[in-house]
Design a protein around this ligand. Structure first.
Ligand SMILES: NC(=O)C1=CN([C@@H]2O[C@H](COP(=O)(O)OP(=O)(O)OC[C@H]3O[C@@H](n4cnc5c(N)ncnc54)[C@H](O)[C@@H]3O)[C@@H](O)[C@H]2O)C=CC1
Ligand SMILES: O=C(O)[C@@H]1CCC=N1
Length: 258
């Protein structure tokens, strides 16, 4: 059984802890300075502690604190060369982390769907091991990228859930405005996005072919698609991704200048 310690059990670290607990086969230690954060993951973790020294007992350590506190946490950690440290802090270069620890370091950009084991993650080639691959597999889908692509991945799959939540809400609101009950509209909108995503992942047809498959001749969908094709909706999504990507680069520059 692999022993994984998660340092920082807030939104992202907490999702990691809960996802690993659902996957099974892991002993999970949750580490956080904040007792409330530990209380939030107590049901999923095998043990909780405020003492980051506990990370020395793990095979794999997940550093899930805010980028601004990563350096201070690393300063206090004394990991061994036979341990792997997964860093998931946005904008924090792998090399910055590797310079402060003896552990093997891999950088990933995960997302909140670790909690339901539907995470999309990007991982650097450098530092990836079979045990890291197994963890990422257990939590969802992952791709291996050159670290130079990490700012883009941060925007697409790290920030992406927020953009998707926004679009689901817009679909739900449209249903509510037209008279659907709010709870039913949310179920229909969210399940539609989930089903569409699953179709894209599993079906060999391209997205354009899938759109065609929904558009019956002279039917309803083509009327709606004509509105979307004539709009700037795709441009707005591109601009949101670009803005998040730019911020990731800014964060990285702050670390590179240290
Ligand atoms: N929230 C998200 O969807 C995603 C976040 N990330 C990355 O995950 C990291 C954490 O982000 P969030 O979970 O959103 O932040 P958060 O603020 O929800 O959680 C951070 C946790 O770290 C704890 N912490 C702070 N200092 C600590 C220390 N010295 N020792 C132990 N624990 C300490 C805090 O008490 C808090 O519970 C960030 O680096 C972020 O870039 C990456 C992908 C997605
Ligand atoms: O907004 C953030 O900075 C973090 C990184 C990706 C998602 N949340």
């Amino acid at each position: 059984m692999k022993h994984v310690s998660v340092i920082g059990c807030g939104n992202m670290g907490g999702a990691f802890v809960r996802g690993l607990a659902k996957a099974g086969g892991y002993r999970v230690t949750a580490i956080d300075l904040d007792p409330d954060a530990l209380e939030g993951v107590a049901d999923a973790a095998d043990e909780t502690t405020t003492d980051s020294a506990a990370a020395r007992d793990a095979d794999v350590v997940v550093l899930a604190v805010k980028p601004s506190v990563a350096a201070a946490v690393l300063d206090d950690l004394d990991l061994r060369a036979d341990q792997t440290l997964i860093t998931l802090a946005a904008g924090v270069p792998r090399e910055f982390v590797a310079a402060q620890t003896d552990a093997n370091v891999v950088r990933i950009m995960p997302n909140l769907a670790a909690e339901t084991r539907d995470m999309a993650a990007a991982a650097t080639q450098e530092g990836i091991t079979d045990e890291v691959r197994a963890i990422l597999d257990d939590l969802g889908e992952f791709v291996v990228v050159d670290e130079s692509k990490m700012d883009t991945a941060t925007a697409v799959n790290g920030s992406g859930p927020a953009f998707a939540f926004y679009l689901i809400e817009a679909m739900k609101d449209a249903g509510v405005d037209a008279g659907l009950d709010a709870e039913q509209a949310e179920t229909l909108a969210a399940q539609t996005f989930k089903g569409a995503a699953e179709t894209v992942l599993q079906d060999e047809r391209s997205v354009d072919e899938l759109i065609d498959a929904v558009c019956s001749p002279k039917g309803t969908t083509i009327e709606g698609m004509d509105v979307l094709w004539d709009s700037d909706a795709d441009e707005a999504v591109r601009a949101a991704v670009k803005a998040a990507e730019r911020r990731s680069r800014e964060l990285a520059e702050e670390f590179e200048n240290e």
